[in-house]
Design a protein around this ligand. Structure first.
Ligand code: GMT
Length: 377
């Protein structure tokens, strides 16, 4: 089969969509395809540079005449340039807004018939789809793409009910890099973080947006602490972090809750963890659950969005209703006090990754779509 030249457009900042776009690109590069990332900066996990991976920066100056610099148009301009210069076979854009719109515009600018695959990740539909200022834009982005995929069945259905596109949408689940996310030796990390050997560790990893409901996690942990000798490790950074630090202080939990900030040693942090918490109010998939599972960490998470497609209640974790911090605490206490059940959940979590979210099969699904839009199948 011919090797393809693919333009990839994604958000480079901290977030699951950037991670998926990067991991997918690396796997495709390993298969011999040429991957061209077009973005304002290098996606944050694009570190193991492969000779088949290229980066094209979108630069935009702050002209006094514009209140908002027109990034989406500058992106379209750059995509059009790369389509022509590199003779791309297709574009894979992550997020309908603005990326699918910029791709449609770029096609026009480049007078090209290049095929576009748009992958929906969640916020583009579940948040922007409610905004009358953007609903039609999301629909336009989807309808202008040759193929649209969603990262969960729940997101696929939400897209139809909120956006009503006249277009088929395929579900392709997210995956993680199993070579990186696996049970590892954490060395002295637990001690280095000031956690005693006998203490249980609950971990939460996010970008601290309001939708992550980190306050619910803190409230639930407070209940858990009444029964279990445990520490809560909060990994990541984002808009709510200062407020959450303040809350921890007010609750008198400064010695029990550790804020690590953004870390690159997630497999090691997961290796010292007994349980993951994800109590979000919106989550199209919950990639971090999969990262935890691959390292043998079961999870307690909200019964919303795509989470029930990852967590099998009572098998590899527990589902609780949004805001029910007491139920989350009770489930956590039960699991942390029962080593036999915990071991079973851990094994099931590892199995879930291999059976349902195997990276090789998922990358192959995307590759088949790549050939299809490039007209090579
Ligand atoms: O959840 C976030 O705040 C980040 C966001 C993103 O843009 O990366 O995550 C979305 O895409 C991820 C990868 O597909 C999913 O795992 C997350 O569930 C989804 N977030 C939401 O739906 C809120």
């Amino acid at each position: 089969m011919n090797k393809l030249k693919v333009g990839v457009i994604c958000y480079p900042s901290l977030g699951g969509s950037g991670v998926v776009a990067t991991e997918l690109g690396m796997k495709m590069a390993e298969k011999g395809h040429e991957m061209h990332y077009i973005s304002s900066e290098k996606p944050f996990r694009l570190i193991d540079v492969h000779p088949n991976i290229h980066f094209h920066e979108v630069k935009i100056d702050g002209y006094a005449v514009f209140k908002y610099p027109p990034y989406d148009i500058a992106l379209a301009n750059r995509i059009a340039h790369v389509i022509q210069k590199e003779k791309l076979d297709l574009l894979h854009v992550h997020y309908a807004v603005p990326h699918a719109i910029s791709a449609a515009l770029a096609k026009d600018m480049a007078k090209s018939s290049i095929g576009v695959i748009t992958t929906l990740h969640g916020t583009d539909v579940t948040v922007l789809g409610h905004d009358p200022a953007l609903k039609y834009t999301v629909r336009y982005g989807i309808e202008k793409s040759e193929i649209t995929t969603a990262v969960s069945e729940s997101l696929r259905q939400d897209t139809f009910s909120l956006i009503e596109p006249d277009k088929e949408i395929l579900t392709i689940y997210n995956f993680i890099d199993e070579d990186k996310y696996k049970p590892v030796d954490p060395g002295s990390l637990k001690k280095d973080l000031g956690i005693r050997e006998e203490e249980k560790v609950i971990i939460h990893v996010s970008n601290f947006r309001a939708v992550k409901r980190v306050d619910d996690i803190i409230d639930s942990f407070k209940i858990i602490r009444e029964t279990i000798n445990a520490k809560l490790v909060l990994v990541g950074t984002g808009p709510e972090k200062i407020e959450m630090r303040e809350k921890v202080k007010q609750e008198g939990l400064e010695n029990e809750i550790i804020f690590t900030g953004k870390r690159d040693d997630l497999p090691e942090l997961l290796a010292i963890s007994d349980l993951m918490f994800l109590l979000s109010e919106k989550e199209a998939f919950g990639l971090v659950l999969l990262e935890g599972f691959a390292c043998g960490v079961p999870a307690i998470a909200t019964n919303i969005g795509g989470i029930p497609e990852v967590i099998e209640d009572g098998e590899n974790g527990y589902l609780v209703e949004l805001g029910d911090v007491r139920a989350a605490a009770e489930k956590a206490i039960g699991l942390l006090q029962d080593p036999v059940k915990h071991k079973m959940f851990r094994e099931n979590a590892l199995r879930t990754v291999h059976e349902k979210f195997d990276s090789t099969s998922i990358v192959n699904e995307y590759e088949e779509l790549y050939y299809k839009v490039a007209g090579l199948n």
